[in-house]
Write a protein that binds this ligand. Sequence first.
Ligand code: HEM
Length: 350
Amino acid sequence: MAPRTTDWSLALAVGAAFATGLLSLVSGRPADWWVFALHGIIGLWLLPLVIWKLRRVKPRLLHPRAWDKRTWFALAATLLVLLALTTGILWVAGVEFVLAGYHLLNWHIVFGIVLVVATSAHMLARARPMRIREIRDRRTILRWGLVLVGAALTWNVQQVGQRVLGWRGAERRFTGSYERASYTGNAFPTVSWVADRPQPIAPDDWRLAITGAVAQPQTLTRADLLAWDDELDVILDCTGGFYSAQIWRGVLVGRLLEQAVPTDAARFVSFVSVTGYRWSLPLAEARSALLATHLGGEPVSHGHGAPARLVAPGRRGFEWVKWVVELRVLTAPDDGQLAAIYTSSLSSGQ
Ligand code: HEM
């Protein structure tokens, strides 16, 4: 392949791997499996592209005297792409490796993010415009397509091979997560987005406000919630790489909304935590979500979000808001929630 075509293919593959990686963070329903398949195929497609590129630049890399300042961006991008590929492939294969308290998927995400920064710096320093006639070349198109098909086949062979060989990787969910402590109540891992660590909330002092686009705003106590015993047996799938099935008990959000009577303009419900963290669901989906007070027959622990946390089937764990104090009914999407999930860590929740 012509040098510029290889370089621009690499840029496309890194960008697409990063985009599908980010999309995977909000994909948790079985119908979303293709996001993970596409991510894996694009990642595997990168491998031959990197090998092509390394073969081309090898003479220069082997002579440090030919290096200039821009070479360092190139070296950083090369190292990071190899680290991102290795950690991704090993995680999928089921290898358990923890470094500084973080496992392979955590490191994979970090390397993926830094790789995009290093690749962008490398491109700013060195990229040359793409030549359309090079891409139109029939041999180039053929090679390009063959490598992509090869990556798709490799991905499929890898999935089937793991099952046949009985590797741990075959036990992971389509999201890449491995099972942890299902049906053990509060004993399953407590993980919070970034660093939310509020003080425990005294159940008797706790109030739940239902506000926003409703005809009858409400303020409820824990006793009001305990009047219901709706149950959901669902999987919490954490973007940190584990999943856990548990039986959650509480009240369906639809029942609470019925009391507050959403207006005709109501479209979303934002679940607001005592820390200020918030996430919203479309109104219909919110109605079938649960506000849980119990887990596996015992009261939800502080770490899991007591007095009440959101249980949102099919959503990733970080969307299951803990320590909920307000249901805010909205008439439009809440763009500010993406910022709130970072600033909430600065709050003690008091
Ligand atoms: C931009 C650079 C990235 C590259 C080159 C890359 C590449 C890969 C590769 C090669 C795999 C293994 C696929 C397989 O063998 O089936 C993988 C898996 C995975 N990656 Fe990435 N990745 C990148 C960024 C990200 C980011 C930013 C995220 C999340 C924010 C992410 C999330 C995942 C997940 C969840 C898996 C496991 C998927 C599964 O189990 O099938 N990746 N990645």
